[in-house]
Design a protein around this ligand. Sequence first.
Ligand SMILES: Nc1nc2c(ncn2[C@@H]2O[C@H](COP(=O)(O)OP(=O)(O)OP(=O)(O)O)[C@@H](O)[C@H]2O)c(=O)[nH]1
Ligand SMILES: C[C@H](OP(=O)(O)O)C(=O)O
Length: 209
Amino acid sequence: MRAVIPYKQENAKSRLSPVLSRTEREEFVELMLRDVVCSLREAGVKDIDILATFKYSSLSDLDVNFVIDPADLNESINKYLKKVNQPVLIIMADLPLTRPEKINDIINSEEDVVIVPGKGGGTNILFIKEPAGFSVCYYGMSFRNHCSIAKYLNCSLRIYDSFLLSTDIDEPNDIVEILLHGHGLSFEYVQNKFELESGRARVKLNCLH
Ligand SMILES: Nc1nc2c(ncn2[C@@H]2O[C@H](COP(=O)(O)OP(=O)(O)OP(=O)(O)O)[C@@H](O)[C@H]2O)c(=O)[nH]1
Ligand SMILES: C[C@H](OP(=O)(O)O)C(=O)O
């Protein structure tokens, strides 16, 4: 089994622009990636590929395999899936709340395909036992896309329900969840920049500086 983390750092997380500068976003996305790699290692995942648009020197200390492909997300993953010929876990880099025990639960599933939905119709994690015939279709309602693809291929499907794994960090208020439930490098980064404001409604995010 291999884990693959699609990764693009250039102008990453543009939806966080209201609260983080471009430089801060590029720093932050790397720390979230490192937290994801750490959780995969704690889960005992040995083979980790970072499918990156560029050979980022700042990642050179990571004990992972780099697959460099400047193509877009869907094209690069679909090319990867045609070559990998073993079960594969596609996990996004913006999932800093990932926990090793949940990774293990997913990769030990009986089903052919496991999908962890993201907020707003996305796909945060895809586990595919036989990836050769599978194509990904990210963006828009990718969760529905991937459910349909699994059905078309007659794959048994498990929708994995997890608050922590479904929390991808896209928009400013998503950072609240890191401050409440996070750990690791991404938590340390945001706790120096933001604070929580509690009230009758949902907890709000306030910038410290
Ligand atoms: N290899 C590769 N990974 C990508 C590409 N675009 C996004 N990713 C990665 O795919 C995952 C989900 O992407 P998004 O949540 O859309 O990340 P993003 O594009 O930085 O976010 P926004 O700018 O807010 O849309 C993240 O792990 C990104 O690093 C790409 O063109 N190639
Ligand atoms: C890649 C995309 O991420 P989102 O834009 O939904 O965070 C998706 O999950 O289809």
